[in-house]
Design a protein around this ligand. Sequence first.
Ligand code: ADP
Length: 407
Amino acid sequence: MKILVLNSGSSSQKACLYEIGDALPEIPPLPLWEGRIEWNGDTAAITVRNSKGMVRKKKLKSLPCELVLKDLLTTLWSGETRSIASAADIDTVGHRVVHGGPRFHDPILISNDVHSALAGLSQFAPMHIQSELQGMKTVADLLGDVPQVAVFDTGFHRQMPRVAQTYPGPYEWFEQGIRRYGFHGINHQYCSTRAAQLIAKDLRSLKIVSCHLGNGCSVTGIRAGRSVDTTMGFTPLAGIMMGTRSGSVDPGILIFLMRQHGFDADQIDDMLNKKSGLLGISGLSGDMRDVLAGMDAGNERAKLAFDLYTHGLRTAIGGIAAVLEGLDVLVFTAGVGENSPEVRAATCKGLDFLGVVIDLNRNKELMLDADISSPDSRVKVLVIRAAEDWAIAGECWKLCRCPAAVA
Ligand code: ADP
């Protein structure tokens, strides 16, 4: 089965094609083809790579998003990166949908009704959901009535206990859908399964804290394969500090800024989502690599940004370990989690009281899906490559081959 996966964020779109046979492999295979669109103002930079290593790069200016996406997808069956004979070879298309709201949790085939219901959810994450709906329409235009599946980034957290889902505002908030949904669920779930495989233990016996540290960051507690608490909330703005997002701040600050400085909703949105986090504190960049370089050059704000980031991470790990009533595995995943030994070392320093001790030499080696804990560490500390797209492909495979197996 050839499965195309589309991951449309608001400022970038990623796509990849997987082929899955009669059984779902435990270890993610390389995709047959992958492509990415990065937007800078009205310029789209497209990068495509096929399994033979052919790379095509192209820039398109002043074109609507759907035409840029069509340009990207047609490289699947035409040009030097061609990986399939024709569009008809694609059996299923899976979409990462950032927010399922109170109604959608499990992967679902996208019918007209589902598409309309998803449009009704756009209030929860306007930029993301619009772009995801556009992706579904573009696929339908190009590939006709190929089955399309929505996989929700909030779905894994649906079974969090009520106490982890509820905000201590007025009770009506919960009934109005203002509750903690949590995000990065597709990858947190994948990492928990992969962690159990890597240490050859039954997932049902494990208490796992998973730290997804990409441009967005979240920490999730997983017990017996289920999410029990997570740092993101009603929106992906909550929780720990991120690249350009603040994470949780005293809500009184927002009231202060509105009253004293006349800020409106758009200004607050822009400040908290795009001008905060590593960028806001360092004044350099939201990219951890630039912050680390700034620190090396003696920039004090870069050092403060790094310290705030790891301080918040440690607070979250400790809090969630307390909710789990113990800890067996600590996972680092996504761009920063996979690539920054500095962040992992600073986060784990002094966590031996929780049973976490890392091997500083192994931590520095660039290894993925690896155990970096020292032999005397009670807790296994693992670095796991984020594999959202592969996890989405797996869900599509299960849904299309055996719909009853996906409950
Ligand atoms: P997304 O959340 O968009 O999926 P990624 O998971 O790819 O993003 O993470 C992107 C981030 O990873 C970058 O902004 C950068 O901060 C970080 N990153 C990538 N490589 C490194 C590295 N070698 N050291 C530190 N941080 C890195």
